[in-house]
Design a protein around this ligand. Structure first.
Ligand code: M6R
Length: 609
């Protein structure tokens, strides 16, 4: 997730307007920033790594000349957060400049073709191919307009993009386009703006035109022209009046970041499915060779590891050991060695406990693999191989979208490992790959159809003093994560166990009305889980079940139920099944009068041991 912005002004300098707007988009990414303006037929660029304020202090982002320009605030996906990888990127002649939010999936092939035709690349980004492609199209047909050259170029791209392009050949225009990455246009009498999000231009205008996937827009002082990318046909669309307050705008109309981030999960999951095969293969190579594999993390990331250990075992027949990072040194510090592989999972890449475990393992020559949301973080620097989880910045302290993204990435690694080890038939592989592709839509359906129901359940149980969360097999990880969410933001003490373990002690807590949440995918443990539900019911517990659609047996036993679509393979089930529990925690916090974004005593990144 990055932020793009552009403006064409009747009067005045574009640079300070771009700077101010990028500040309002900083929540979309903040590891590097850049601006380009056009003036007297020349291009002027400033860009560097670092937060906007840091880069401004060093380079003064406001003194670029000209009334037209584009800018970018970056959250690195391809290429480390370095000056050379910061946007805008330019073509070989330095006459065309471009900013991009999204992922170009076929950039490796495109880059090779372009290099063979003599293009020279500066950065490690996927983005740079787009600007060289535009140049290439214009080299072949110099009479094309910038709009037509961009139209022809984007037909060659696979993946997601929102782009804005300027060129010295048509210095009065910005051409932008979108596919699966957001793009909105702001309109007033004196200016036109393009941006990733409405907050970018909200103090400048309240009139916005929302651009749809598959559309291209040309902005100039003459106005805006929208075309369909498929057939170049013109589209007419009236601006909408946006009546958001600035605070609502940053949260895109949602009351809290947490609920916004829960709703972002379908898009984040789509992004994880665009990861480069090469990196996934590389990540799968090391566990395959290792004598022992540890999955090391804290909090929510640990729960993702716990679920992943079932994925590795069930798909690749590989035993892995999930370890809470703060315990790693005590438990394995003396035995970890050159034959061990550590997959460290950390959203922030800066968690002190995780880094301490990694450090200990490195000193004993173990191989370190990293999975993180923050490219450029310490974890990426100390890992032999790392992979980005592609969730974009998460502002709410509670990890939500980053959990499901971590699960999706680890499921893909487990699938690759299964293939390498020849443990899964081709038919099963194809089936699992197909279901993985469908997960973004499944998650979207759950949010659309179940949110209201979960809200009502939260109202009903808001006074409960304690909660139980139970699941079997991989759903144990879902139960632990559901409990953590509820405890950390709604301050409801909660207990989670593998359902089979509850009769060995915890069941003694049950008294009439005690809410027990069961996670009930239709897997091999389903029948046994029904037995566990009966045990609880017999003692007067109130059963809240997360079930697959049409699971009449559990529906009839439960006091309340939440449904997820059916036919989800067991190994992927934590991704859809956690969604209702995230919503439950969120609405419980709201019902109980707490701000879910900033739970007491907690920080987003825990950098102390
Ligand atoms: O950045 P990390 O993934 O390393 O963070 C680990 C935990 O601190 C984190 O998951 C924490 O438990 C969250 N607040 C959970 O919502």
């Amino acid at each position: 997730m990055c932020g793009i912005f552009g403006c064409v002004l009747k009067e005045g300098n574009a640079a300070p307007v771009i700077h101010g707007s990028l500040k309002r988009l900083e929540y979309r990414g903040y590891d590097s920033v850049g601006e380009v303006t056009l003036h007297n037929g020349q291009i002027f660029i400033k860009k560097d790594q670092g937060k906007i304020d840091e880069v401004h202090k060093l380079h003064n982002l406001d003194d670029l000349p000209g009334n037209i320009g584009i800018g970018h605030t970056r959250w690195a996906t391809h290429g480390a957060p370095l000056q050379v990888n910061a946007h805008p990127h330019v073509d070989c002649s330095g006459q065309i400049a471009l900013v991009h939010n999204g992922i170009v999936e076929n950039f490796v092939e495109l880059k090779l073709e372009l290099e063979n035709r003599g293009h020279v690349f500066q950065s490690k980004t996927d983005t740079e191919v787009i600007v060289h492609l535009i140049e290439d199209v214009l080299n072949v047909n110099p009479s094309l307009s910038l709009t037509d050259a961009v139209l022809e170029t984007i037909k060659k791209l696979c993946g997601s993009y929102a782009i804005a392009v300027v060129s010295t050949k048509e210095p009065d225009k910005i051409v932008c386009a979108r596919n699966e990455s957001p793009l909105v246009i702001g309109v007033n009498e004196n200016a036109l703006y393009c941006a990733s999000d409405i907050p970018a231009f909200l103090p400048l205008t309240k009139k916005a035109v929302i651009i749809d996937d598959g559309e291209l827009v040309t902005l100039s002082l003459k106005g805006l022209e929208i075309r369909k990318i498929a057939d170049s046909s013109l589209v007419t669309r009236e601006p909408k009046l946006i009546d958001w307050t600035p605070e609502m705008a940053v949260k895109q109309g949602y009351p809290h970041f947490m609920i916004k981030e829960i709703h972002e999960q379908p898009d984040c999951l789509r992004n994880t499915l665009r990861l480069q095969e090469h990196y996934l293969d590389l990540m799968a190579t090391f566990p395959d060779r290792a004598r022992e594999v540890f999955l090391v993390a804290c909090g929510t990331s640990y729960h993702a590891c716990l679920a992943a250990s079932y994925m590795f075992s069930k798909l690749a027949f590989l035993a892995t050991y999930p370890v809470i990072a703060s315990e790693f040194i005590e438990q394995h510090g003396k035995s970890v060695n050159i034959d061990s592989t550590i997959l460290a999972v950390s959203q922030s890449g800066e968690t002190a406990d995780t880094l301490a475990a990694v450090n200990c393992a490195r000193q004993r020559a173990a191989t370190i693999l990293g999975l993180t949301n923050a490219i450029g973080s310490t974890l990426t620097r100390v890992s032999r191989v790392y992979i980005g989880q592609q969730s974009g910045p998460e502002i709410g302290v509670a990890a939500t979208k980053t959990f499901t993204s971590q699960l999706s990435v680890m499921a893909q690694i487990a699938l690759r490992l299964a293939k390498k080890r020849g443990k899964v038939s081709q038919d099963e592989m194809d089936y699992l790959a197909d279901r993985l592709q469908k997960l973004p839509d499944i998650v979207k359906t759950i949010i659309e159809t179940q949110e209201e129901k979960v809200k009502q359940i939260a109202k009903k149980y808001k006074e409960a003093k304690t909660f139980f969360f139970l699941g079997r097999g991989i759903s144990t990880a879902t139960a632990y994560e559901g409990r953590l969410k509820l405890m950390e933001i709604a301050y409801v003490p909660a207990i989670a166990f593998p359902a089979g373990e509850s009769k060995h002690g915890p069941i003694s807590l049950i008294e009439p009305g005690f809410p027990v949440v069961f996670i009930c995918p239709k897997d091999e443990a389903h029948k046994t889980l029904i037995g566990n539900i009966m045990e609880m019911k017999a003692r007067g517990a109130s059963i809240i079940a997360v079930i697959e659609e049409g699971d009449e047996e559990i529906k009839n036993l439960a006091d309340d139920y939440i449904e997820v679509p059916k036919d989800i393979p067991e190994v992927l089930s934590p991704i859809p099944f956690i969604i209702p529990l995230q919503l439950l925690a969120y609405y419980m916090a709201v019902e109980r009068g707490f701000n879910p974004d900033t739970p007491r005593n907690l920080a987003k990144s825990v950098t102390v041991k």
